[in-house]
Design a protein around this ligand. Structure first.
Ligand SMILES: Cc1ncc(COP(=O)(O)O)c(C=O)c1O
Length: 400
C-alpha cells in the first residue's frame, strides 16, 4: 500500500498535474465524481459569460454568423474526433446519448432490418431506447446475458466501452469480430470512455458510436452528446429525426429533405448554444494532451484507491489492481448509500448505485495522487468510526 509521501512523489513527477489549475473546484473538496459530472474548467465558465452577455446580449441573432454559433456542432465534433481517432467530419455534437442512440440504431435497422441486441447489464437508457425502437419497428430485442453469443439475426448491437457500474473495458476488437460474423453493426456507447480511454476509431475499425459531453469531457450539466459515424457509412444512412439542421442546406428552406454530408446529417433541430459554448471551451483543455497519459493515470489512481479499500476488507466488482479499467471503481457495502453520504459531508464526493455500490471516479486532469490517498483515508475513517450510522446519512435524495 502506498504512503502519503510516495503519493506526493508521484504528484511531483506527474506531467498532468499542471491541468489542475485549469479547473474551478472549491477549496477543500475531493471530487471523485468526474465520471458522472465533470468539474468546470475555468475557460468554460468564462465562455458561458461571454456567450450569454456579449454574444447573446449584444450580438443577438447576428451571433449565429458573427460568433460562429452555427458551426459549433461541427467544431465541437472535430475536437471530440481527435480524442477518439476519427476524422473531423465523422463526429457531430447534438442532443443526448439517448436520442443519438435512437437515431443511429434506427438508421442502421432501416438499411438492414433484423434484431437489436443490448447487454442486460448495459446502462438502462440504452436498453430503454432500444425497447422503444423495437416496439416502433417490430424488430426483435435481445437482452444479452454476460458471455452470451450474439444471435445470427442481430443487425445492431449496442455496447458500452466502459461499463458504468464496474469500470470494466470491453474488448473492442473481439466485439467487432463477433458482430461481423453475425452480420451486425456495433454502436459503441463511449460515455464513460471519451477523454479517458485511448480510442482509435480507425485502428480498431469501429464505425458507429455515441457518447456524453458531461462526464470526462467536463462540458457541464446536461452538455450535449456526440455521434460518430465512419465516413464511408454515413452516405447510406437515413436517420428518422430528419430535421432542418441535418439538411444539406437548411437556409434554402426547401420543401423536401436532403441530408447533409457526413455525420452532420444526424443533427435534427436548433443546437443549444449556451451548452455547446461551455463544451467547446472545455474541450480545449484536451488540445495538447495525449489521452494515453490520461488513461494511464486514471488506472494508477484507481489502483491506489483499490489497494487501500481492499486493506479495509472492502470487496469490489471492478477490475482488480493492475488490470485495465476505466476511470472509476465500485466498492460493495450494504450501507453504501450512508457511507457515501458521510463522505460527502466531509467534502469527499462520490456516488451510489443501487443496491449496494459506492462508486468513485478518478478524473486525472483535476485529481492528484495525494487527493486520492486522502480520499481513501477519509473512507477508512468513516468506516472505522462508523460515522455513517448517523441517521442523517440515510435520507435519500432523488439523485443518488
Ligand atoms: C453509458 C451511458 N450511456 C448513456 C448515459 C445517459 O445518456 P443521456 O445523455 O441520454 O442522458 C449515461 C449517463 O450516465 C451513461 O453512463
Amino acid at each position: 500500500m502506498m504512503s502519503r509521501a510516495e503519493a506526493e512523489k508521484l504528484d511531483a513527477a506527474d506531467p498532468l498535474a499542471k491541468f489542475r489549475a485549469a479547473f474551478d473546484l472549491p477549496a477543500g473538496v475531493l471530487y471523485l465524481d468526474g465520471n458522472s459530472l465533470g468539474a468546470p474548467p475555468k475557460r468554460a465558465l468564462q465562455r458561458l459569460h461571454q456567450t450569454a452577455e456579449r454574444e447573446w446580449g449584444s450580438g443577438l441573432i447576428r451571433s449565429w454568423n458573427d460568433a460562429g454559433w452555427i458551426d459549433l456542432p461541427k467544431s465541437c465534433g472535430a475536437k471530440i474526433a481527435r480524442l477518439i481517432g476519427a476524422r473531423a467530419d465523422e463526429v457531430i455534437v447534438a442532443d443526448s446519448v439517448s436520442v443519438n442512440l435512437f437515431k443511429l440504431a434506427a438508421a442502421l435497422l432501416d438499411a438492414r432490418p433484423g434484431a437489436i441486441a443490448v447487454d442486460e447489464s448495459e446502462f438502462p437508457t440504452d436498453g430503454y431506447v432500444m425497447e422503444g425502437l423495437a416496439r416502433l419497428t417490430g424488430a426483435a430485442l435481445v437482452r444479452l446475458k454476460a458471455g452470451e453469443t450474439l444471435p445470427a439475426k442481430t443487425r445492431v448491437l449496442v455496447r458500452s466501452l466502459v461499463d458504468y457500474k464496474t469500470g470494466a473495458v470491453a474488448d473492442m476488437h473481439a466485439t467487432e469480430k463477433e458482430a461481423k460474423a453475425a452480420g451486425a453493426a456495433v454502436i459503441w456507447d463511449l460515455s464513460h470512455a471519451t477523454g479517458l480511454i485511448a480510442i482509435d476509431a480507425k485502428r480498431d475499425a469501429i464505425k458507429y458510436a455515441v457518447g456524453c459531453g458531461y462526464k470526462f469531457l467536463n462540458g457541464g450539466p446536461g452538455a450535449p452528446a456526440f455521434l460518430y459515424v465512419a465516413g464511408e457509412e454515413a452516405a447510406r444512412l437515413n436517420q428518422p429525426l430528419s430535421g432542418w439542421m441535418g439538411h444539406a442546406a437548411p437556409f434554402d428552406f426547401a420543401p423536401d429533405y436532403r441530408p447533409a454530408e457526413g455525420a452532420a446529417r444526424f443533427s435534427s433541430g436548433t443546437p443549444p448554444i449556451l451548452s455547446l459554448a461551455a463544451l467547446d471551451a472545455a474541450l480545449d483543455v484536451f488540445a495538447a494532451i495525449d489521452v494515453k497519459a490520461i488513461e494511464a493515470k486514471a488506472r494508477a489512481l484507481g489502483d491506489l484507491f483499490l489497494a487501500r479499500a481492499s486493506s479495509l476488507g472492502l470487496r469490489t466488482i471492478s477490475p482488480p489492481v493492475g488490470a485495465r479499467r476505466g476511470g472509476h471503481v465500485s466498492l460493495i457495502h450494504e450501507n453504501g448509500y450512508a457511507v457515501v453520504q458521510a463522505l460527502i459531508a466531509r467534502a469527499v464526493i462520490g456516488d451510489f448505485r443501487a443496491p449496494d455500490l459506492m462508486r468513485f471516479g478518478f478524473s486525472p486532469l483535476f485529481l492528484s495522487y495525494t487527493d486520492v490517498f486522502d480520499a481513501a483515508e477519509a473512507l477508512a475513517d468513516v468506516l472505522t468510526t462508523e460515522e455513517w450510522r448517523d441517521p442523517r446519512f440515510a435520507r435519500r435524495g432523488v439523485v443518488t
